[in-house]
Design a protein around this ligand. Structure first.
Ligand code: AMP
Length: 476
């Protein structure tokens, strides 16, 4: 299966050069995906697309923006997985047909992909990739044509734009009701932009103002990067339609149960983003504080594993009163190397990526905080690095509970037998990574930390989070 995607999406409506703004937004979503990048834009006549393998800055050169002129655009960055590193799976996907063109960018993962794929193939659809995103696109096209057919005018060039737009929005609503899983979508035609968040709100999507129009994007840090103004999160199950008439919200028929991915706060999102009312950095501080309450140990310095462990380390230091130190430096020029293909490569990448600062550590009892242990590769190498730099004791603390279950909803955790916490007990893991002590935050502790960050006036984020990777219980 080549469609285990962690991604970032953006959609812009009503900007002078929507593709250029998308480029900046994607650059600030680069942490969500480094395998491929792409932007589709329209001048109102046709949709033009440019996408490629690599970082946003590798894929786009000045000349591309001349081709991508226009006021509406959608963009995408995609994460590397071992099998799916091909241009065919790069997004956005564009489909052109008689009545116009559609471009779609998707963050998430469908669980009924195979069923829908088979149904669409039986009905004559053809596919050019192994991506579940293409299934969504073809489903919308199918519904759109069906809607036109029912009205008796499909294929006739004379139906008005408004009529056409209405049919298209109906098609999106119908298609979205058929797909199951996690999805944050940015969809565009030559005349509108649509944002969709799955009924559980598993993947984040937010809305802002930019220039004289709007921006939809995975994380609020991307709104800041285009000097936009954050308006609100798209609600679970909500469909936001933006066109010449302004912005319209279509609410789901049934009240959905919010189950935002908790791992966004743990690891995935950027610390300067706010998701569903909770600041990611504040959540990490609080997780560190709770971790300190739950598993204190005498030590001389608290350090964090850059970048996603730093917030929790500061929180731990604050709560424990033990001084915070830098201790570890991360090479800024390599990305998230989690998915290096072989175990040996993954292990050695840690040496390239992280190094110890001897003067912060020598002769000291060190508490080191990471946001998660998945395979155990990073922690094992880190303990080695810290001891080599003269740490007297190494106490490993983790600001998320043990990852015991794979994720089917868009975070690329490996299979169960590769997850060290699934196959080993705590003491065995401690020995395996070579630490003097090891503790994880409890699941209750993590929830308590997140709840304490909810804005008191709304309380809306008290509703719930998907904790599948820790508990094995998934919302879909
Ligand atoms: P591991 O080395 O396999 O135990 O992975 C844990 C390290 O990878 C931690 O430092 C995390 O910050 C990071 N990490 C956790 N989840 C992911 C993920 N889904 N993709 C990439 N890196 C991750």
């Amino acid at each position: 299966m080549g469609f285990r995607d962690e991604c970032g999406v953006v959609g812009i409506y009503g900007a002078v050069n929507a593709a250029a703004l998308s480029y900046f937004a994607l650059t600030s979503l680069q942490h969500r995906g480094q395998e491929s990048a792409g932007i589709a834009a329209t001048d109102g006549e046709t949709i033009k697309l440019h996408k490629g393998i690599g970082l946003v800055s590798d894929v786009f050169k000045q000349g591309h923006f001349e081709k991508l002129s226009g006021s509406i655009a959608v963009g995408h960055v995609r994460y590397a997985t071992a099998g799916g590193r091909t241009i065919e799976n790069a997004q956005p996907f564009v489909n052109s047909f008689k009545m116009g063109s559609i471009a779609l960018a998707h963050n998430g993962q469908l669980v009924n992909y195979e069923e829908l794929h088979a149904m669409l193939e039986d009905g004559g659809s053809t596919f050019s990739s192994s991506s579940d995103t293409e299934v969504i696109l073809k489903l919308i096209v199918r519904k759109f044509i069906e809607n036109g057919g029912k009205l008796g005018s499909c294929g006739k060039e004379n139906f008005s734009k408004t009529e056409n737009q209405k049919r298209f929005v109906d098609a999106v609503v119908q298609a979205v009701r058929m797909i199951k899983g996690s999805f944050a979508l940015c969809i565009m035609t030559e005349s509108m932009l649509i944002g969709v968040r799955d009924p559980n709100g598993i993947r984040p999507l937010c809305l802002g103002k930019v220039e004289s129009g709007y921006i939809l994007t995975s994380e609020s840090c991307a709104i800041d990067s285009v000097n936009g103004q954050f308006l609100r999160d798209v609600e679970p199950g909500e469909i936001v339609v933006i066109n010449r008439g302004g912005l319209r919200s279509i609410q789901p028929e049934e009240k959905p149960e919010k189950q935002t991915c908790i791992f966004e706060y743990v690891y995935f999102a950027r610390p300067d983003s706010v998701i569903d009312g909770i600041s990611v950095q504040e959540a990490r501080y609080r997780m560190g504080e709770v971790l300190a309450e739950e598993s204190s140990v005498n030590a001389d310095v608290v350090i964090g594993v850059p970048d996603s462990g730093l917030g929790a380390a500061q929180g731990y230091a604050r709560a424990s009163g033990i001084p915070y130190g830098m201790g570890i430096i991360k090479n800024k020029y390599i990305g998230r190397t989690f998915i290096a293909p072989t175990q040996k490569e993954r292990e050695n990448m840690v040496f390239v990526k992280l190094n110890a600062i001897r003067s912060d550590l020598e002769g000291k009892r060190v508490i080191v905080i990471d946001d998660s242990i998945v395979r155990g590769t990073t922690s094992r190498r880190l303990v080695q690095i810290l001891r080599r730099a003269g740490a007297k004791e190494v106490h490993f603390r983790v600001s998320s509970p043990p990852v015991k279950f794979p994720c089917y909803l868009g975070i690329d955790t490996p299979s169960k037998n590769e997850l060290i916490s699934s196959t080993h007990e705590l003491e065995e893991i401690r020995k395996e990574i070579g630490a003097d002590s090891l503790a994880f935050i409890s699941l209750e502790g993590m929830i308590k930390a997140l709840r304490s960050c909810c804005p008191a006036e709304t309380g809306r984020c008290l509703e719930g989070w998907c904790k599948g990777c820790f508990s094995g219980e998934y919302p879909v």
